[in-house]
Design a protein around this ligand. Structure first.
Ligand SMILES: O=C(O)[C@H]1O[C@H](OP(=O)(O)OP(=O)(O)OC[C@H]2O[C@@H](n3ccc(=O)[nH]c3=O)[C@H](O)[C@@H]2O)[C@H](O)[C@@H](O)[C@@H]1O
Length: 429
């Protein structure tokens, strides 16, 4: 009874619990035991009873994120999104699905009846609300975008358990040439570690999917031979971004060689268009011109022209679909190679470089606003002076044939931009 009344005396505030500890050694041990048992049970509960949660371990990200996934309802959505609707359709996992190219490719695949499941970590490299708007667009067409990171092996394994994907369209990456000087580790995290993690899961999957992935025109680096052909040297990258994409090409070779994974790398040349990336020059030039803010236009030594083989998104989408359609099956299964598999690299460009000054002139005409031009020397930040694609290989093997010139493509972009940002009044960030 004494005991009972004493227990009844114990106040509920933990801080006030302490004075009662000294009364007897026995009571103290029981209290400690009870306390640690509770902590232990609590930890077990958190570990087992929460749905699988994985965290993005990237220390370079401004916001550390946790993603929750799993459970019967989630699996049902995954399965339904990836369900093939035509007789010979594919079931495609699109990484970076809320990205610029990812959104367009996912929508195009879905339109033609393929099963599509998106994956994206919605990081804040640029305005995440634009990614959310793209996601909403995809959801309306029946594409579920799973929120998660390509570095999360448990999540990827789970996705392959739920759906036997025939193809992976791997577009998740840390993009942008100049940002690599600010945040180098984010490039290693996404473009190298993330890619390896994805390939590890793909090589162990049964069946192994065929993989098409985004490399970059930047791998040509300081190469001066134009137009750039896939046979040209790519061992002089000018940015860490380019170096990680080049590393990706070598890693692709390894996984093809050891595990029989079918791998196709696509070297994109400065892709632009509606729903584009705000970190790219055509996008932020548009924003700044409309705001009346000066823009910096780079020039080479001796006033040399800086030019890009700007490629319109719809042409790129056709190239991606062509690559998926011609991708042969991987030959291995469950981590074992059973024969030689396909390994390809293609340039996807427009074959007509345009000086950045001309890009600005086109934008001025479309926006009906004169740009405040600030001409400056090309900074040593990873930019190269010139890109120009030789696309004969993609033409021959993928049926790739770009049809949109910069003027036409930018017109479509400007129309989208003005609509999306309310005539430019709602400023893009
Ligand atoms: O082709 C590619 O592979 C790459 O294309 C773009 O990289 P980039 O061509 O540098 O595209 P932007 O950053 O939009 O620059 C376009 C042009 O504008 C120039 N520029 C950029 C920024 C600026 O303030 N002023 C300026 O004149 C650049 O030097 C470049 O010539 C993408 O950002 C990369 O992710 C992609 O991999």
């Amino acid at each position: 009874m004494k005991q009972m009344s004493h227990l009844d005396d114990i106040p509920s505030t933990p801080g006030k619990f302490k004075p009662y500890f000294h009364r007897t050694r026995w009571q103290s041990s029981v209290a400690k035991l009870a306390f640690w048992s509770l902590v232990f049970v609590g930890l077990i509960f958190i570990f087992f009873y929460r749905s699988p949660v994985s965290s993005n371990p990237d220390p370079s990200r401004r916001s550390l994120r946790t993603y929750s996934w799993g459970g019967p309802a989630w699996e049902k959505r995954v399965r339904s999104s990836a369900r093939v609707r035509t007789r010979r359709g594919f079931s495609v996992l699109v990484t970076g699905a809320a990205g610029f190219v990812g959104t367009h490719v996912s929508a195009a695949l879905k339109r033609r009846g393929d099963g599509v499941l998106g994956l994206d970590n919605f990081n804040d490299y640029y305005d995440p609300s634009l990614k959310r708007a793209r996601q909403a667009l995809l959801e309306r067409s029946g594409v579920f975008v799973v929120e998660g990171d390509i570095n999360d092996a448990a999540l990827l394994k789970k996705l392959f358990e739920v759906v036997p994907f025939t193809h992976v369209m791997h577009l998740a990456a840390q993009a942008g040439v100049r940002y690599a000087m600010e945040n180098p580790s984010s490039y290693v995290h996404s473009n190298i570690a993330g890619f390896v993690n994805l390939l590890e899961v793909c090589k162990s999957a049964n069946p192994q999917p065929a993989i098409v992935w985004a490399s970059s025109s930047s791998v040509y680096g300081l190469n001066t031979k134009v137009p750039f052909s896939e046979k040209d040297r790519t061992d002089q990258p000018a940015s860490l971004y380019a170096a990680t994409k080049k590393a990706g090409e070598e890693i692709a070779h390894t996984y093809n060689h050891i595990y029989g994974l079918s791998l196709t790398g696509l070297r994109f040349f400065t892709v632009y268009g509606p729903w584009g990336r705000p970190d790219m020059a055509y996008f932020f030039f548009t924003r700044d011109i409309l705001k009346g803010k000066a823009i910096s236009i780079f020039e080479g030594v001796n006033h040399g022209t800086v030019a890009r083989d700007f490629t319109y998104i719809d042409d790129i989408v056709k190239g991606c679909l062509g690559a998926l359609d011609t991708a042969e099956k991987s030959t291995g299964s469950g981590g074992k190679k059973r024969g030689a598999a396909q390994l390809r690299v293609f340039n996807l460009g427009n074959t007509s470089p345009v000086p950045v000054t001309d890009l600005v002139t086109i934008l001025e005409r479309l926006l009906k606003v004169k740009a405040k031009r600030n001409i400056m020397k090309l900074p040593r930040n990873g930019d190269v002076q010139f890109t120009h694609a030789n696309i004969s290989s993609a033409q021959r093997e993928l049926g790739y044939k770009p049809t949109t010139d910069l003027q036409t493509g930018l017109k479509k972009f400007a129309r989208w931009y003005l609509g999306y940002y309310n005539g430019g009044k709602k400023a893009a960030s």
